[in-house]
Design a protein around this ligand. Structure first.
Ligand code: PBG
Length: 336
């Protein structure tokens, strides 16, 4: 009744532009492209190794040769960037495996560089996967020693650059880590290697599956003394500003889905590219719900990625990179 009475009287009808898919596409504000995705990869020593990670469905730990195959598959889908995490066989208190010339990441970078010359190779620069205590740096009297860890991170970053990385991504949340790495890279002649700073990395419950994948959970305590309080948005901007001042080329916000406001604020605060990491737990909960038939995976993944972009991220680091690229191309199929 009311409808009839109003017919013809409404001036504003936003629905006019929602009538057909072509109209919706015409006025769509946010677009996803696989060129903006970065696929995380967990690399293992050995050959022919492909170990599925139970808490990260569709993701496996790969030896370097398998990583090359994966990179080829990603490239065929239009995803041209990877972020490497090492999962070494041995760990020690000093994280010596993190900067070893024949370390797991260094070897993988070398092979990828040789076999996939066009691939953008980014590496995670942190100690947590290499320390026997599982913390992100060097301990001194049970506490993380910030400044001693800076030298370690700089050494790790330089070793990744020497192996052929395009981008190093420090994730330890030590104060001054970007400046220390920039200085070490430049001193070693790697002035062209970029830094993607995990600028605002929060102490999140959503890193759980990653710590399974990388066997990097702290053996005592937690990371709240160095990673950010999830409650703090203003402080995130302070961290972003510091990393810009220290010479970051890209700033990253992490996690992503629960931190869209921080992504938006960072986008408005800086002119650098902003990256967002849709982290393991955020991905795993969606996969688990999809596996139960509780939501439609394809639509949910693309909606989340679109939301992260809409919030202001130029770059999205995502375990769904291959699937999303395939779906965007209108092709279906299982994860690579
Ligand atoms: C290493 C690191 C972590 C992640 C990225 N780099 C784990 C952590 O801080 O405990 C998490 C990524 C994810 O959950 O997908 N410091």
């Amino acid at each position: 009744m009311r409808e009839t009475a109003r017919r013809g009287k409404l001036i504003h009808r936003p629905r006019r532009l929602r009538r057909t898919e072509a109209l919706r596409a015409l006025v769509r504000e946010t677009h996803l492209s696989p060129t903006g995705f970065v696929a995380p990869m967990f690399v293992r020593p050995g050959r022919g190794v492909r170990e599925p990670i139970a808490s990260l469905p569709g993701v496996a730990r790969l030896s370097a040769d398998e990583a090359v195959r994966e990179a080829d598959a990603l490239a065929a889908l239009g995803v041209r960037a990877v972020l490497l995490f090492g999962v070494p066989d041995a760990k020690d208190a000093q994280a010596t495996g993190a900067y070893a010339d024949d370390g797991v990441v260094q070897q993988a970078v070398r092979l990828l560089r040789r076999r996939s010359p066009d691939l953008v190779i980014a590496t995670d620069v942190c100690a947590c996967g290499y320390t026997d205590h599982g913390h992100c740096g060097l301990l001194h009297g049970g506490e993380l020693d910030n400044d001693a860890t800076l030298d370690l991170l700089a050494r790790i970053a330089a070793s990744h650059a020497a192996a052929g990385a395009d981008i190093v991504a420090p994730s330890a949340m030590m104060d001054g880590q970007v400046a220390a790495i920039r200085e070490a890279l430049d001193a070693a002649g790697f002035t062209g290697v970029a830094i993607m700073a995990y600028a605002a990395k929060h102490a999140s419950a959503f890193y759980g599956p990653f710590r399974d994948a990388a066997a990097s959970a702290p053996q005592f305590g937690d990371r709240r003394g160095y990673q950010m309080d999830p409650a703090n948005g203003r402080e995130a901007l302070r961290e972003v500003a510091l990393d810009v001042a220290e010479g970051a080329d890209i700033v990253m916000i992490k996690p992503a889905l629960a931190y869209l406001d921080v992504i938006r604020a960072a986008r408005e605060a800086v002119r650098l590219p902003v990256a967002a990491y849709w982290v393991s737990g955020e991905y795993a909960m969606l996969k688990a719900a999809a596996a139960n038939g509780w939501l439609e995976e394809r639509r949910a993944v693309l909606e989340v990625l679109t939301a992260i972009r809409r919030a202001g991220a130029d770059i999205i680091i995502t375990y769904a990179a291959a699937d999303a690229a395939r779906w965007l191309a209108g092709r279906d199929g299982p994860a690579v």
